[in-house]
Design a binder for this molecule. Structure first.
Ligand code: ADP
Ligand code: MG
Length: 316
């Protein structure tokens, strides 16, 4: 799309090289980055950086738009099947593009299984509930399993090699690396016709690296910045972004569910749809919408099988 940095007024080949080597490979990426980050990463002066940023934002046509324009954009929104009709219904018809969906839950509850199933279903044609596009999977925990994707695809009568071939996997080894990979989405997504981006998990590196009270605000700022970049990616390229999050016990909680999502308010505010997962009886799972601008607080039951995610038969 907009990788022509030299197309920004005032950016010559020298400045463009500086921007690229700092990871700003597209006008899009620049336009969503705060000024001080551009300055600190590129070493450009404040005034120059500000001019470039303003110009990048102008080129990306940021600012006020009409309601009808948003409506036109929303009409292009697609929904991806999860593999379970009940879960799809809970999501208002499937996982949305132009939005970020957060899957929250304890270990082993099925977050990664949902993500892996989506890597196959997202590649289906739109008429079959897919997004008709490719997938980028940012794996921070090393739990992406090609064997499992192979199994899910085969069980769904899809060509497993073809499905695997259209998943672009990036293993993030620390939070810096994860951020860099997210920066690269602005270039990679349009290039590779990506329609689903998975970050599994969004927060584990941040939690592991920023320990102690004194680093908390720095961690939250960075997390906030990159969550918003993910939202921009989803909106700019009509992509479904799915991220996972863990829970932590809240000892202060006396009534109700003692587990709460990690990442605090930053996570809570950035994600469009937040969904809580938990184990239910006889190895079934329950999903519940806990926060969404328009989905009701519905819940749904599903199970994990060779096909990935499926409905539980005879539920009624
Ligand atoms: P997390 O929420 O920690 O990401 P996972 O998505 O990895 O959890 O889910 C792990 C669960 O998925 C395991 O408890 C296992 O029961 C189930 N599971 C994994 N593979 C299969 C499979 N091939 N068939 C049935 N269930 C599976
Ligand atoms: Mg997992």
């Amino acid at each position: 799309m907009s990788d022509d940095l030299e197309g920004i007024k005032g950016v010559g080949s020298n400045t463009a090289a500086k921007l690229r080597s700092a990871g700003f490979t597209t006008i899009e990426a620049l336009s969503v980055t705060p000024l001080r980050e551009i300055i600190s990463k590129t070493g450009l002066g404040q005034e120059t950086a500000l001019k470039i940023l303003e110009e990048a934002r102008r080129l990306m046509n940021f600012g006020f738009i009409r309601g009808t324009e948003i409506w036109e954009r929303r009409k292009k929104m697609l929904r991806c099947t999860t593999g379970s009709t009940k879960l799809n219904e809970m999501f208002g018809g499937g996982i949305e593009t132009q939005a970020m969906t957060e899957l929250i839950g304890d270990y082993g509850v099925g977050k990664t299984q949902i993500c892996l199933t989506l890597t196959a279903t997202a590649q289906l044609p739109k008429e079959q509930g897919g997004l008709d596009g490719n997938v980028i999977y940012i794996d921070t925990e090393g739990t992406f399993s090609p064997e499992r994707v192979y199994q899910i695809a085969s069980e769904r009568d899809l060509d497993p090699e073809n499905i695997l071939d259209n998943i672009i996997l990036a293993r993030a080894y620390n939070s810096d690396h994860q951020c860099l990979l997210i920066d690269h989405l602005f270039k990679k997504c349009p290039e590779e016709n990506v329609k689903l981006v998975v970050v599994d998990s969004m927060i584990s590196h941040f939690r592991g690296e920023y320990v102690g009270r004194e680093t908390l605000s720095e961690r939250q700022q960075l997390l906030n910045l990159y969550l918003h970049k993910l939202i921009r990616v989803s909106e700019a390229f009509n992509i479904a972004v799915v991220i996972t999050n863990q829970v932590q016990a809240n000892p202060a909680q006396f009534w109700g569910n003692p587990d709460r999502p990690t990442g605090g308010h930053v996570m809570a505010h950035a994600c469009t749809h937040r969904v809580f997962l938990r184990r239910s009886k006889s190895d079934t799972r329950m999903a519940k919408v806990i926060d969404s601008p328009y989905l009701p607080e519905n819940s749904a039951y599903f199970k994990i099988t060779e096909k990935g995610i499926e409905d539980i038969e005879n539920l009624e």
